[in-house]
Design a protein around this ligand. Structure first.
Ligand code: HEM
Length: 327
């Protein structure tokens, strides 16, 4: 065999074995089919009980998956408590006094450890809980690919820098999504998560007041809505007063979020700028406001895409026994 042919053969064999390697570690909906066949039912039943106790929990669990995936990928780094060299992401700007639902994740993990110890990752629990929460709130369903493993560390700086803030410009938010491999359709569709859940006054106060503390700062806010918000979100104090992100149907996963945004009743600045700062995002907001089927379809696809951000697979990471600490 000529040396060129031999070289080509070696290249072909190497390429195909690398490919096989990638496939062996690809996420799959059937990942726990043999190792923990009841895993999905267990997650669903604990989530259902938690949402039954408190409907807001659906929103809180959905958000946890987002805040996990945007920091070092979907690896449950968000769930680690501070311990030794680990500085928890729970203390970041986006999470402090805000991210919640960690006890429900603990409850799911404990149930899974009883059923099949050391098998189901915390990162997969977050992905499943986000899907189950969406469905329970009336939103779309999708198949969750599984096999993510859990990180051995956390990144407070990643959490501070990567997760968009409500007062970021649209351009900054677009860039933060792009850095995760998510495009403008993903941004507008996933922002539709704000059809459920609550926000603290402190997350949108700057929109309500100008420098004098009287007139409003943000002209895109509908007047009556702005007045309503100001009555319970004063210029100072009341930081933790809670407001629905979707004033029309706060606990129902539907497309009213987009209708609100079109009407100048998006709660966060980051919601409203989707309609006021770019013709492309504006067109998508209108589309979803008019067609909830299209929103559901895009939302499900974008959630799958978000859930695929840099998972740890194969020999990387571990399956934590307790989601709050490394083994
Ligand atoms: C586009 C950039 C985004 C920004 C700037 C943003 C910002 C925020 C803020 C400030 C809150 C209120 C937090 C508080 O006051 O305690 C919130 C709540 C929430 N966010 Fe986002 N978010 C964004 C995208 C997303 C995405 C992509 C998802 C999910 C895929 C999501 C899901 C949620 C949910 C469900 C809540 C309510 C949580 C609860 O009630 O516990 N957000 N978001």
């Amino acid at each position: 065999m000529g040396s060129i042919k031999l070289l080509l053969l070696v290249i072909a064999i190497t390429a195909s074995s690398l490919n096989a390697g990638a496939e062996a570690f690809a996420l799959s909906p059937h990942f726990y089919g043999h190792s923990c066949p009841r895993a999905l039912d267990i997650v669903r039943s604990v989530v259902a009980r938690a949402v039954d106790r408190e409907p807001r929990m659906a929103a809180s669990l959905l958000r946890l998956h987002f805040h996990d995936c945007f920091v070092k990928g979907c690896d449950a780094s968000l769930l680690l408590d501070s311990n030794g060299p680990i500085v928890s992401e729970k203390g970041s700007k986006a999470n402090k006094n805000s991210a919640r639902g960690f006890e429900v994740i603990d409850e799911i993990k404990a149930a899974l450890e009883r059923e099949c110890p050391g098998t189901v990752s915390c990162a997969d629990i977050l992905a499943l809980a986000a899907r189950d929460s969406t469905v329970l709130a009336g939103g779309p369903d999708w198949e969750v690919a599984l096999g993510r493993r859990d990180s051995l560390g956390a990144s407070l700086s990643g959490s501070n820098n990567n997760i968009p803030a409500p007062n970021n410009t649209l351009q900054t938010i677009i860039t933060k999504f792009k850095l995760q491999g998510l495009d403008i359709v993903d941004l507008v569709a996933l922002s539709g998560s704000h059809t459920i859940g609550l926000s603290r006054c402190t997350s949108f106060r700057q929109r309500l007041y100008d420098q004098t503390g009287h007139g409003e700062a943000d002209a895109s806010l509908e007047k009556g809505y702005s007045w309503q918000l100001r009555s319970r979100c004063p210029p100072s104090g009341g930081d933790d007063n809670l407001f629905p992100l979707d004033l029309v149907s706060p606990a129902r996963f539907d497309n009213s979020y987009y209708k609100n945004v079109v009407a100048g009743k998006g709660l966060l600045n980051s919601d409203q700028v989707l309609f006021t700062r770019s013709p492309e995002t504006m067109a998508l907001v209108r589309l979803y406001a008019d067609d909830s089927g299209l929103f559901f379809d895009h939302f499900a696809k974008s959630m799958i895409k978000m859930g695929n951000i840099s998972p740890l697979t194969g020999p990387n990471g571990e399956i934590r026994k307790n989601c709050r600490k490394i083994n």
